[in-house]
Design a protein around this ligand. Structure first.
Ligand code: CA2
Length: 151
């Protein structure tokens, strides 16, 4: 059976503030601008991109579980939960599709508490430090792989 042509992009706490503060770290795009560009890339490639954000760890766990049977790939910027959440780690371990950890900044160049990721050991790939454009690059690649039957 072919996999669903759906990708979910999950975003963690405070990413709803993108574009309002700390532009030197996170750029000036809002999360909605990024989401719209990703959805457009998906539309062109015939894949549905569902873009979600929550400040609630449990909600992110629920969304990962819901994605298990409904999507072929998952992209997650768990934000601060990256560095703390065993619950998100465990949920990601249960997700069978292709999964990508994404960060706007390169957290390894920042405070030492950002150097540990509970997400990284539970995913297939990590993208960090490409700014907001990182999201588009990942969706573009996933769209290619979907067209090639690799997803
Ligand atoms: O670089 C990333 O994408 C991060 O996941 C962003 C998180 C941070 O905790 C991670 O270490 C790295 C923080 C997201 C908060 O974003 C804000 C944006 C504007 C204003 C305030 C916070």
């Amino acid at each position: 059976m072919s996999r669903p042509n759906k990708v979910v992009v999950l975003n963690g706490p405070n990413l709803n503030l993108l574009g309002t503060r700390e532009p030197e770290i996170y750029g000036s795009d809002t999360l909605e601008m990024i989401a719209e560009r990703c959805r457009q890339l998906g539309d062109r490639a015939g894949i549905e991109v569902r873009f979600l954000q929550s400040n609630d760890e449990g909600k992110i766990v629920d969304w990962i579980q819901e994605a298990i049977n409904t999507t072929s790939a998952l992209v997650i910027n768990a934000a601060a939960y990256t560095h703390t959440s065993v619950a998100i780690h465990d949920a990601l371990r249960a997700y069978p599709g292709f999964k990508v950890e994404l960060h706007i900044s390169n957290s390894h160049l920042r405070e030492s508490f950002r150097h540990v990721s509970y997400v990284a050991p539970a995913v297939d790939a990590v993208v960090a430090g490409l700014g907001a454009r990182g999201y588009e690059h990942v969706i573009d690649l996933l769209a290619d792989w979907f067209a090639q039957g690799k997803l």
